[in-house]
Design a protein around this ligand. Structure first.
Ligand code: ZN
Length: 505
């Protein structure tokens, strides 16, 4: 009250105050009209129609490489055509081919080190290599980092290292490090690599299951030495004994069948709506979601074997389709690039291929607004994985508020969700990228009830909430694409510096 009296006593301040109030009102009218425009363009039944097709039993859980996923791609293409989304130059059918190979693990492998005999599937997992039987000298190389092997002669030896780099505990980080390590040892002239799986948060039995299932790779088949190079993970209750045997340069005997590879092509789906602003139309905002899911699997108590993936990620795919329809009718200042990724469930492989083969230069991509969902347990919120990490925080909060929701930052940091969705492949290149997700306060039983389960179906969705969620996504999306400024990483973020170098700041 005191402050207002002082303000009112000063005419200049009053005028300023008046203009601020006027400006706020104008902003509010604009915001209202966007909210109204969204509601007039996109209805709950539009959203539901998308989800009901994508999550239908007919699509068989949309596994990468399946007929079901191809049908989903065809649906996305025909929706793009119907609503007026353009094709990118070079992608005339909206499709970006990803030349996957399906890699099948072998049935048997045995490693002998001294008296120890380790065998597949309990103690050995094959990461790479063709069938072979050989006995070779060994060398222990700690974590196998560049500095660990700088002064070592690894030629004609099998290198034995501890898993990972000694710092990163995340299983995907370890997988990535393992691939990099393999290349490091191939380059160093080693004859093979054995990694001892220990001191890692993810239990061996989980990793073992991964190793026994088929996987996808985009590595070209061809380089004979790379194909042959034996790379194995081992788990032993007595790793100290193994390491001391190797310190005595005890040779190792490997008897293994090889990995088999077969082509399994799949597609990312890409569409564009060019921007309208003469200066800003060469800048792109990527709006993305993965459209694949995990396919058919073990039956649940009701005998259902189809993992429909309504939440994960028919909802996100439908949000992109609804957004595309809205933007096609109401183009933004910046160009909108819509990307639906394949093979997210196989390890973020479609988005990885996309960032490595992006149809536009990466520094023209100013933001990646991804949407992906595990499930929800609170219909009053939206969980934005990375909300507080970019300057778009307020924009997203306001957009959610406009539809009666509150945006919160990732509440389950222990799950490492930021690094487990497609946004991370953009982040690694420096592009501000985060993931919009259905509201959850914790990754608890209510989430696991549907997460990667046959029961993740349309019928179990609260469609009033899904509607408000999708509309919050649309409003956030267009506010990013129409903004005066680009929203960058907040200072101090893990990706701040790589972002600065990408854009030449
Ligand atoms: Zn998933």
């Amino acid at each position: 009250m005191y402050i207002i009296l002082i303000l009112l006593s000063n005419r200049t301040v009053m005028r300023q105050l008046f203009s601020v109030v006027l400006w706020l009102t104008v902003l509010q009218i604009c915001a209202q009209s966007d909210v109204e425009k969204i509601s007039n363009t996109i209805s709950q039944s539009d959203i539901m129609a998308h989800i009901s097709f994508l999550a239908s039993d007919a699509l068989q859980g949309r596994e990468t490489g399946s007929q079901g996923l191809e049908s989903a791609a065809a649906y996305i293409m025909s929706t793009f055509l119907r609503v007026g989304v353009d094709t990118m130059v070079g992608y005339g059918d909206f499709l970006q081919l990803v030349p996957f190979n399906e890699v099948s693990p072998p049935d048997s492998a045995i490693i002998r080190i001294g008296e120890q005999v380790l065998s597949l599937p309990n103690d050995v997992l094959i990461m790479n290599g063709m069938a072979q039987r050989s006995t070779m000298p060994t060398m222990y190389v700690d974590h196998g980092q560049a500095e660990d092997i700088a002064d070592k002669d690894l030629r004609f030896k099998i290198a034995v290292s501890n898993i990972g780099d000694g710092v990163n505990q995340d299983v995907y980080g370890i997988l990535e490090e393992s691939r990099a390590k393999r290349q490091r040892f191939i380059d160093a002239g080693a004859m093979g690599l054995i990694e001892i799986y220990q001191n890692v948060r993810t239990p061996w039995r989980f990793v073992k299951r991964l190793g026994q299932s088929k996987s996808l790779s985009t590595k070209p088949v061809g380089d004979k030495r790379t194909e042959q190079f034996p790379h194995l993970w081992i788990s032993t209750t007595d790793s100290i004994a193994v390491i001391s045997l190797i310190a005595e340069t005890t040779p190792v005997r490997i008897e293994m069948e090889g990995l088999t590879k077969a082509p399994l092509p799949s597609d990312n789906v890409i569409g564009v709506v060019p921007g309208t602003d003469a200066d800003l139309k060469d800048e792109y905002i990527i709006y993305s979601a993965h459209y694949d899911h995990v396919g058919i699997g073990p039956a649940n108590a009701e005998g259902d074997t189809i993992y429909n993936g309504a939440r994960d990620n028919a909802v996100g795919t439908s949000a992109i389709l609804a957004l595309a329809e809205y933007i096609a009718q109401n183009p933004m200042k910046r160009s909108a690039l819509f990307v639906l990724f394949t093979a997210e469930e196989k390890g973020l492989l479609g988005s990885k291929w996309f960032v490595d083969n992006c149809p536009v230069p990466l520094d023209e991509v100013k933001y990646c607004f991804n949407i992906d969902n595990g499930g929800y347990n609170d219909t009053s919120i939206v969980s934005v994985i990375g909300l507080t990490r970019t300057e778009a925080e307020d924009v997203m909060q306001q957009a959610c508020n406009a539809f009666g929701l509150e945006a919160i930052e990732d509440p389950a940091k222990e799950q490492g969700l930021f690094d487990r969705s497609d946004n991370v492949n953009f982040a690694k290149k420096g592009i501000p990228a985060l993931t919009f997700s259905l509201g959850f306060r914790a990754f608890d039983q209510n989430i696991f009830k549907y997460y990667h389960q046959p029961g993740d179906e349309l019928e179990t969705l609260d469609m009033d909430y899904i509607e408000r969620y999708v509309k919050s996504f649309i409003l956030s999306a267009i506010n990013i694409g129409n903004s005066e400024q680009n929203y960058f990483w907040k200072e101090g973020d893990k990706y701040y510096e790589v972002g600065r170098s990408l854009y030449g700041h």
